[in-house]
Design a binder for this molecule. Structure first.
Ligand code: UD1
Length: 419
């Protein structure tokens, strides 16, 4: 078993370059199944969720060439299976994007029930509602999802909840459908725009991504023959912004889109941080303990739930008592128990947690319950006095490329060791 051993307390200083967005990559890779041709994807984050997506594509008949660790060429001309590996699809959430893509490409697919971070109930009713509205039949039984359609026909679909996954999945299923599909009450996250841009580059006709009404005019075929560069990871950038604040450091975050981080930037300024916005890079500086704040997670452009644990660490050492309301996921405060082992004073109940700020955290063995909780615990180890050991690295490796290397370059004393 691997663990990260971190010796604090460090003020992080220097530059970090952000990788391509995990949540865009894990949707764009399945989206290549809609292409009957060859395409190249670069700025691809080299993380385990991406490698698993590639394995599923290869199993379905795609040919993948790794040109560099962050660029691949995918040939999807010979997709010859409609049953995806259950073992692989169960391992992460985004495997459900195979459903929308394969419905479009082959009119049939069976996948294992998608896995992913345990953040509470993760229903997929809105995905199914969208597929059925387009004319598909969806059956969920014995831990498997089977979707079939002899033809998909464009229609109007109103999403009952704002869902990133359902918006993307229905968009994927609509690209090759007959006629026009309108998704109303769509999610607006930057990676939804990125998936739409990718598909349009390959020949689709999608308008309105990034607003709450997306219109997809079905096309006959996606031909590929293009290279697409994945958008920078907004959540990774936000993780380093909060690491700068929590560690009272000074970090220049390069290759990010500051527009995607406005809700976080506003909060960082509110708690006393300094933010210099250069458009494609952001410098964050902090020279004192943060002040208290109230945070409520919301769909984009609200404060992202995927930055809530990293903000939680930051507020655990703030002056005064802060409050976080988690409105997207029902059990996203598991990390607070680990922070309490490090001396934090956090009380979490249901969707609300109170953070009574302490002057310092102290090193301890801690366990990552999920991906972003893992990132938060790394920040906690960096700002804590003494030695912290972070376990369950498989969660962190699913979504952060070279995370310890990036933190080490900023001055953190962090090593990955085999136990
Ligand atoms: C995606 C992100 C995840 C992030 C989340 C919210 C990926 C791979 N993962 O997850 O990191 O935390 O967005 O920004 O992109 N819901 C339903 N029915 C559905 C679908 C969702 O009720 O059919 C509910 C969920 O329970 C949740 C809310 O809608 O309360 C938002 O979920 P959704 O946006 O779908 O999250 P994911 O796409 O799974």
């Amino acid at each position: 078993m691997e663990k990260l051993v971190i010796t604090g307390k460090t003020h992080l200083k220097g530059e970090v370059t952000i990788s391509g967005a995990k949540n865009a990559a894990v949707a764009i890779l399945p989206a290549t199944l809609l292409i009957d041709g060859i395409c190249t994807i670069d700025n691809l984050p080299n993380i385990s969720d991406v490698k698993m997506s590639c394995k599923i594509l290869e199993d379905l008949g795609a040919k993948i060439t790794w040109n560099t660790p962050n660029e691949i060429t995918i040939d999807t001309r010979h997709i010859n299976k409609t049953v995806a590996s259950e073992e692989l699809t169960r391992k992460f959430r985004a495997s459900y994007y195979m459903i929308g893509s394969m419905l479009g490409r082959k009119g049939a697919i069976t996948v294992g029930m998608p896995g992913g971070c345990k953040l509470g109930a993760r229903p997929i009713d809105q995905h199914i509602k969208g597929f059925e509205a387009l004319g598909a039949t969806v059956e969920v039984s014995q831990g498997k999802i089977t979707a079939t359609a002899s033809e998909l026909t464009g229609t109007s679909i109103y999403m009952d909840v704002v869902s990133v996954g359902a918006t993307i999945n229905v968009m994927l299923a609509s690209v090759l459908a007959k006629g026009t599909t309108v998704i109303d009450n769509a999610a607006k996250e930057p990676h939804i725009v990125d998936v739409a841009n990718f598909l349009n580059t390959m020949g689709a006709d999608i308008r309105g991504a990034g607003t709450d009404v997306i219109k997809i005019n079905g096309v006959e075929k996606l031909t590929g023959n293009s290279t697409y560069s994945i958008v920078p990871d907004q959540i990774e950038a936000g993780t380093f912004m909060l690491a700068a604040v929590a560690s009272q450091g000074d970090i220049l975050i390069k290759n990010c889109i500051s527009k995607h981080l406005e809700s976080l930037t506003a909060k960082i300024i509110e708690i006393g941080g300094q933010v210099e916005d250069y458009g494609d890079s952001i410098r964050v500086k902090m020279d004192k303990r943060p002040s208290k704040a109230t945070i409520k997670t919301l769909p984009y452009p609200g404060f992202p739930t995927d930055l809530q644990p990293q903000m939680g660490v930051t507020l655990s050492i703030a002056e005064g008592t802060s409050r976080i309301i988690e409105s997207i996921w029902e059990s996203r405060f598991q990390y607070t128990e680990e922070l309490n082992k490090m001396g934090a004073q956090i009380t979490a109940q249901g969707k609300t947690a109170f953070f009574e700020g302490v002057s310092s955290l102290y090193g301890s063995p801690v366990y990552a319950s999920d991906l972003r909780a893992g990132a938060a615990l790394i920040i906690a180890g960096i700002i804590a006095e003494g030695k912290t050991e972070v376990y369950n690295l498989e969660h962190i490796d699913r979504g952060y490329e070279n995370i310890e290397e990036k933190f080490r370059k900023l001055g953190a004393k962090i090593e990955r060791v085999e136990e």
